[in-house]
Design a protein around this ligand. Structure first.
Ligand SMILES: N[C@@H](CCC(=O)N[C@@H](CS)C(=O)NCC(=O)O)C(=O)O
Length: 211
């Protein structure tokens, strides 16, 4: 398998964790986001949406990190990241989607570039934007994790898609100096997991393209 990735991409981070948890070997192909390699013709031929991650599984091309995790979960069922039981499944997906569909899209590269460029926001303003959407999103997730968590994982006493999405988002929130004091449960889970081998090996600074 080949993973088109950028070391700081939190969506790619989700897929790296998943591949590692499932013990799937893969090769990293760097897509240089800061230099707009994802907008070049070569990459657009692979993913017309111009985003990483993209997974190439023997010529089958997949994109959108949640769809890739779902694919990997079907193809390599152990450990199962999207539970089979209907309620657990809906809860785990709701938590993951709150991050992947609501927090991350407001704070990703093209949005921050738009704020700095067309909307002429200075760096302090961009940080305020970032912090605001982390706080909006994490508030509800903290309450859910406090209700569900065994202290180690977000949901059900087992690693799941919810953890796979949480760890990269907490990592990014720290990178942007967000105040994580109000979210002790999220921080406890993320800090516990980040030293586990599958999560550790997926960390941005451990990637072959890390700068
Ligand atoms: N919902 C997509 C998000 C993909 C995405 O936005 N990836 C970022 C990196 S984390 C990206 O490629 N950004 C390029 C840009 O914003 O121009 C997923 O989960 O895969």
């Amino acid at each position: 398998m080949r993973l088109y990735s950028f070391f700081r991409s939190s969506a790619a981070f989700r897929v790296r964790i998943t591949l590692n948890l499932k013990g799937v070997d893969y090769e990293t192909v760097r897509v240089d986001l800061p230099h707009d390699e994802h907008k070049g013709a070569a990459f657009l031929a692979t993913n017309p949406q111009a985003t990483v991650p993209v997974l190439d599984d023997g010529g089958t091309i997949l994109w959108q990190s949640l769809a890739i995790v779902d694919y990997l979960d079907a193809r390599f069922p152990e450990p199962r990241l999207i539970p089979a039981e209907p309620v657990a499944r809906a809860h785990v997906q709701a938590f993951a989607q709150a991050i992947a569909c609501e927090i991350h899209p407001l704070n990703n590269l093209r949005v921050l570039r738009h704020l700095r460029g067309e909307l002429d926001l200075d760096e302090a303003g961009v940080r305020r934007w970032y912090h605001h959407w982390i706080a909006e999103g994490f508030r509800g997730l903290e309450a859910l994790a406090a209700r569900w968590s065994d202290g180690r994982y977000v949901h059900g006493g087992a690693v799941s898609l919810a953890d796979v999405c949480l760890v990269p988002q907490v990592y990014n929130a720290r990178r942007f100096d967000c105040d994580l004091g109000p979210y002790p449960t999220l921080v406890r889970i993320a800090d516990g997991l980040r030293s586990e081998p599958a999560f550790l090996a997926a960390a941005p600074e451990r990637q072959p393209d890390a700068e």
